[in-house]
Design a protein around this ligand. Structure first.
Ligand code: NI
Length: 171
């Protein structure tokens, strides 16, 4: 089922998510809904918090458009090692129509559980490394715009408020 994606400044996006203690039918259904919602949007990643479920679950698929899907399901993901730095333009399904460069680690090692409850280790770089860091941030109530400098964040807030007001006028 496609779920509604919460958007900034919804306070639900600022809440910290709790670890998953048992992988049951409910979690499997949640993951299915998250994947469906992400592909429908479309986006390259989604955290459960973005649909208002505060459990530590993320889905990612960075496979190029038109190629076969390559879904990563990461439950209770933890960055156990991070190296280097990169600065690339990011966007977020919860902050529609806005992009900004964010400084991240260039490569990360992530440990997580899969849907079978097995521990999986991902060694990620490039877009996948960014996606892991971006989605894990969501589990801690952090949006990519929270990484902007105070000045840039201020500009973002103003621009975004204008955009929201404009869309209310239009719609
Ligand atoms: Ni996001």
């Amino acid at each position: 089922m496609i779920r509604r994606i919460l958007t900034y400044p919804d306070p639900e996006l600022k809440k910290k998510s709790a670890p998953v203690t048992i992988i049951n039918e409910k979690i499997i259904e949640l993951v299915q809904d998250m994947a469906e919602t992400m592909y429908d949007a479309p986006g390259v990643g989604l955290a459960a918090a973005q649909i208002g479920v505060h459990q530590r679950v993320i889905v990612i698929d960075i496979s190029p458009k038109g190629e076969k899907p390559d879904l990563i399901v990461a439950i209770n993901p933890v960055i156990v090692h991070a190296e280097g730095s990169s600065c690339d333009e990011e966007g977020c399904l919860s902050v529609p129509n806005y992009g900004a460069s964010v400084k991240r680690h260039a490569s990360v090692v992530v440990k997580a559980l899969n849907l079978e409850g097995e521990e999986v280790t991902y060694r990620a770089e490039g877009l996948l490394a960014i996606a892991f860091q971006h989605e894990i941030d969501h589990l801690d109530g952090v949006l990519f715009v929270d990484h902007l400098s105070p000045l840039k964040k201020d500009i973002f807030r103003k621009k975004y408020r204008q955009m929201l007001e404009q869309s209310q006028v239009d719609g």
